[in-house]
Ligand binder design. Structure first.
Ligand code: ADP
Ligand code: MG
Length: 498
């Protein structure tokens, strides 16, 4: 479902660098801890001093296997490390060890839900590959936006090699996305997968999860346009802004009669614009060749099976189970498996109250609204799964109305309630006087009064105008101070009005 922008179709492919959560570097024992003093964590292997030899970190390979399993990809039995040659001040080796022709993870897909207008649609993005590689060092510029200060304030630049040799999994999609919304939804889903299986801490500020968006535009059905690659998008908000700007820029260029040049661009959050950094290299420019220091990476089926057996339940598998075991719609199941903590909260609530769909509605509705408003994770929610379950129980046994339940929920969230029984749902319902009217006599009296006071509505209803009923239900609910059970009110009204 392509959404056209000024008659153009948008085409996006992603390359994501996920920093793997190992303790040591990909080919050495040096630490990968973030935030150490510059140049204290790069060892001789990381900068390839003469006479050193890289040794593969098994933990990094295992994480690549886990990722491959999580996205249903093929895991190559034999993959090759290659040298990607280029000069950069933060790469004193003059090459980066990566995988080129034969990556460890091949194919696979990531699928997610997306709101399009009022509809929810499922979108699947095919992955091309995921390969292991090492990170380079970092150039720090004085007075730069990085805020790094490395000299005497005269605008010097410095090199910090701590990051050299940090293990990365580069995850590459097919050019399958058709809007910035789809691109952001893909990135969020990928982020969920890598953090769920624990191969990456997902910290975008620290650069543990960096996305490059390849963007082009074309007339619908035409050949793929020339792409420009927006580098290092490290927030979902900037990702959307950067792609939207880039799309408009490319369309303007084409409309003005200019051809798009393949290029690498950077997004500047302050100006909201993308700016060309360098024209793009082709693979041939890197003179890739197999690294003579590293043997082929061989992964037997038994290793893959062992890793599979040790992995926790995957989000999509858990979502399928929620559909089967709790009779939830697919959409609910996907939303509830956005993180392990949310899923656990849902399961605890559903098991305790036996009302899975109500539990799902409350968690996706009230709970998530409150969490968003206070920028909290569900682990910090002041209302426990047990309390939510108790509250849902009181709705289904007709003790309170839905409306009253929302007030009780607010009370629980704000830790209100009579002292001595804090957090007790029943005590809070009692204290707030929110119990529904269960005394039919009392309710009948209210109904009779309202009917007597509104003869016109009664007449109209009897004459066949169903809407006239609203004019009666409203005043009844009001007279009962919202405590009447709407179902009961309806039943009694019908009886009295014949
Ligand atoms: P490189 O590694 O040089 O950037 P790749 O061929 O590996 O090049 O492609 C990188 C990414 O660009 C992939 O995610 C791919 O889907 C995407 N891509 C390729 N062609 C286009 C295009 N015309 N428009 C948008 N994205 C594209
Ligand atoms: Mg690229």
């Amino acid at each position: 479902m392509s959404k056209l922008v000024q008659g153009y179709e948008v085409v996006i492919g992603f390359e994501t660098h996920a920093q793997l959560s190992t303790k040591s570097k990909i080919f050495s024992r040096a630490s990968v801890a973030f935030g150490a003093e510059p140049n204290t964590q790069a060892c001789a292997v990381d900068i390839a001093l003469p006479g050193t030899l890289p040794v593969m970190n098994i933990g990094a390979v295992e994480r690549a296997i886990e990722f491959g399993l999580a996205i249903n990809a093929h895991i190559a039995e034999r993959s090759i490390f290659a040298r990607k040659n280029y000069f950069y001040p933060d790469l004193p080796k003059g090459y980066q060890i990566s995988q080129f022709e034969i990556p460890v993870v091949q194919g696979g897909e990531v699928s997610f839900f997306l709101e399009v207008g009022k509809e929810t649609v499922r979108k699947t993005v095919r992955l091309e590959r995921a390969h292991l590689e090492e990170d380079a060092g970092k150039s720090l510029h004085e007075d730069s936006s990085l805020g790094a200060s490395i000299g005497d304030g005269r605008g010097q630049s410095g090199i910090d090699l701590n990051r050299a040799g940090t293990p990365l999994l580069e995850i590459v999609t097919q050019p399958d996305m058709r809007s910035s919304e789809e691109a952001v939804a893909y990135a969020k889903e990928l982020h969920k997968i890598v953090t769920w299986i624990g191969i990456c801490d997902g910290n975008m500020q620290e650069g543990s999860f960096r996305c490059d968006a390849n963007v082009s535009v074309r007339k619908p059905g035409g050949e793929l346009g020339t792409r420009r690659e927006i580098k290092n998008l490290n927030s979902f908000k900037f990702m959307q802004q950067a792609i939207d700007y880039e799309v408009r820029w490319q369309i303007d260029q084409i409309e003005d009669g200019h051809a798009i040049q393949q290029a690498t661009v950077l997004f500047d959050p302050d100006s909201g614009e993308t700016r060309a950094m360098r024209t793009k290299e082709d693979a041939a420019d890197y003179r890739y060749f197999p690294d003579p220091d590293l043997p082929p990476l061989v992964i037997g089926r038994d290793w893959v099976e062992r890793v599979k057996g040790e992995m926790a339940e995957l989000p999509r598998v858990m979502a399928e189970r929620f559909v089967k075991d709790y009779a939830l719609p697919e959409y609910d199941a996907t939303q509830l498996t956005q993180s392990k903590a949310v899923a656990a909260y849902f399961e605890a609530t559903a098991k305790a109250c036996g009302q899975a769909k109500l539990a799902s509605n409350w968690i996706m509705g009230e709970v998530s609204r409150r969490l968003n408003a206070s920028e909290m994770a569900i682990e910090q929610a002041p209302v426990s799964a047990a309390q939510l379950a108790a509250l849902i129980g009181r709705i289904s046994d007709n003790t309170i109305s839905n409306n009253a339940a929302r007030q009780v929920f607010e009370g629980l969230w704000n830790k209100e309630g009579p002292s001595g029984s804090e957090g007790d749902v029943d005590a809070l319902i009692e204290a707030k006087g929110l119990k529904q009217m269960n005394d039919t006599g009392e309710l009948e009296k209210i109904i009779d009064d309202v009917l007597a006071a509104n003869p016109k509505n009664v007449e109209e209803f009897k004459a066949g105008n169903a809407k006239a009923l609203n004019g009666l239900v409203g005043p009844i609910m009001k007279a009962s101070k919202g405590k009447a059970n709407p179902g009961q009110v309806n039943a009694l009204l019908m009886k009295k009005l014949g």
